[in-house]
Ligand binder design. Structure first.
Ligand code: SAM
Ligand code: SF4
Length: 454
């Protein structure tokens, strides 16, 4: 009888990448995936520890999953990811129904841990942060229905921003060798993937032994040569390390999408200093100017934290000022959340929860208007879209522009995985609506196909 697994993934793209790889390992051991945890023999929760809200969500999901054991007593439940790494064995004490805990560097042990437990072994914690973990195995066919995929190129972080838990739960920076990355992307392309997003907490720190100093831009140059790969994206680049070399890639690397996610966090120099970000607002403005000079169409998105300890009304106004000056295409904004063990959690002059909520609301409304206005500027323009699948409502196709904006348009599904040209008809805050330009499509090899017969 076949065994089923269910993985619930919370948090960032890195967790999605990790879950995919654990799923591949399990499928290689004849497990089958299931969307329904009630039918699973193994339930995994891949957790995020970046903010308290994510942590609470993970515990409440775990509680619900443990509740399923009343009806299906042989199901095994494991917690993996950042909370698992941070809390380790204390999770087993707190949740008697939890069977095992796997830290961020030991994900490859999941199938073995399962076998061990089914043979009657005791509850397990595997959370050694010193292990070298990046996956090297890919399961042929796993990505066969996917147009895009994440690829982790480096793990960990050495920056220790004062608010952030990541360096404590993901360890020090480790880069993957370029050959391994190229091999993985070639395998993905063989399975039909057309776009990859390279993942790292700070891709500017990517180092390969062969090319110190220019590691990341040199990697981009190599990936640009992969036949059948249409688009390359990356996230995240830290403003303190964004080099002229990488900025130049937005002009020189043909397959690199014109979009950069460049987290600013705050517009106030005093707050940036206390966050230990290592740059000033002036430096950031200079980067934006350089990026736009190299490629005027480059979309810039950012992360912002409001209510950091000691943030005054005038600090917050400086954040709004940066948002107004730069006109980001979009931002992800968060209320500061205390993370135990970080420098900021011990800081005085905490901003009240009410103030944090109020500032977040103001900032999000401010940005929403900018995003909508920028989207409206695209009405009437022709954009290139990589067709990814059916829209949420199911009656249209959906894809993204190189600048990462969602575009929905009507057509049949034969265009999946193709780059097409679409004229924008309507703009909303979160998406654009367009019309396929009849006459041209660009084939999956990226070459203009000529007449569109329809
Ligand atoms: N490495 C990326 C960088 O340096 O920008 C970001 C990684 S972090 C997982 C994603 C975002 O979560 C950060 O950019 C920050 O805005 C937010 N974040 C991290 N720690 C936070 C905290 N304690 N409270 C609120 N937001 C936080
Ligand atoms: Fe966290 Fe800063 Fe590292 Fe980003 S660069 S993961 S915010 S410590």
């Amino acid at each position: 009888m076949s065994r089923h697994f269910h993985i619930a993934t919370m948090g960032c793209q890195m967790n999605e990448y990790d879950s995919d790889h654990v799923a591949q390992l399990l499928q290689a051991e004849d497990f089958k995936p299931t969307e329904d945890p009630r039918g699973a023999d193994l339930i995994l929760i891949n957790t995020c520890a970046v903010r308290e809200k994510a942590e609470q969500k993970a515990y409440s999901l775990l509680g619900r999953m443990i509740g399923l054991k009343k009806r299906r007593s042989r199901v095994l439940i494991g917690m993996m990811g950042c909370i698992a790494q941070q809390q380790g064995s204390s999770l087993l004490e707190r949740f008697p129904g939890l069977d095992f805990v796997i830290g961020t560097k030991e994900l490859e042990t999941v199938p073995r841990v399962f076998e061990n437990l089914t043979k009657g072994g005791g509850r397990i914690v595997a959370a050694d942060l010193t292990k070298l973990s990046i996956f090297s195995q890919s399961n042929p066919g796993y990505f066969k229905d996917r147009i895009k995929s994440f690829v982790t190129i480096m793990e960990g972080c050495d920056n220790f921003c004062s608010y952030c838990i990541v360096p404590y739960v993901r360890g020090r920076e480790v880069s993957r060798p370029p050959d391994e990355i190229i091999k993985e992307i070639n395998e993905l392309v063989e399975q039909g993937v057309k776009e990859v997003t390279l993942l790292g907490q700070n891709v500017n720190s990517y180092r390969s032994s062969e090319n110190q100093g220019k590691g990341f831009s040199s990697l981009l140059g190599k990936l640009n040569n992969i036949e059948g790969l249409l688009r390359i994206r990356f996230t995240t680049s830290h403003p303190k390390d964004l080099s002229d070399d990488l900025i130049g890639c937005f002009k020189d690397i043909e397959k690199l999408c014109p979009h950069i996610h460049l987290p600013l966090q705050s517009g106030s120099n005093h707050v940036l200093k206390s966050m230990k970000r290592g740059y000033t607002r002036e430096h950031y403005l200079n980067l934006v100017e350089k990026l736009r000079r190299v490629n005027p169409d480059v979309a810039i998105t950012s992360d912002m934290i409001v209510g950091f300890p000691g943030e005054t009304e005038s600090d917050f106004d400086l954040t709004l000022d940066m948002v107004k000056r730069i006109e980001f295409d979009n931002i992800y904004s968060f209320k500061y959340s205390d993370r135990e063990g970080t420098l900021a959690s011990g800081m005085e002059r905490k901003v009240s929860l009410q103030k944090r909520a109020e500032r977040l609301r103001i900032l999000q409304q401010f940005q929403k208007e900018i995003t909508l206005r920028k989207n409206q500027e695209l009405v009437g323009q022709e954009v290139e879209v990589l067709v990814e699948g059916k829209s949420k409502k199911g009656n249209e196709l959906t894809g993204r522009t190189g600048s990462n904006k969602v575009v929905n348009f009507c057509f049949n599904s034969e265009l999946l995985g193709n780059l097409v040209r679409v004229r924008i008809k309507n703009a909303y805050a979160n998406s654009l609506k367009g019309e396929l330009i009849h006459g041209f499509s660009i084939s999956s090899t990226g070459v203009l196909d000529g007449k569109w017969e329809n």
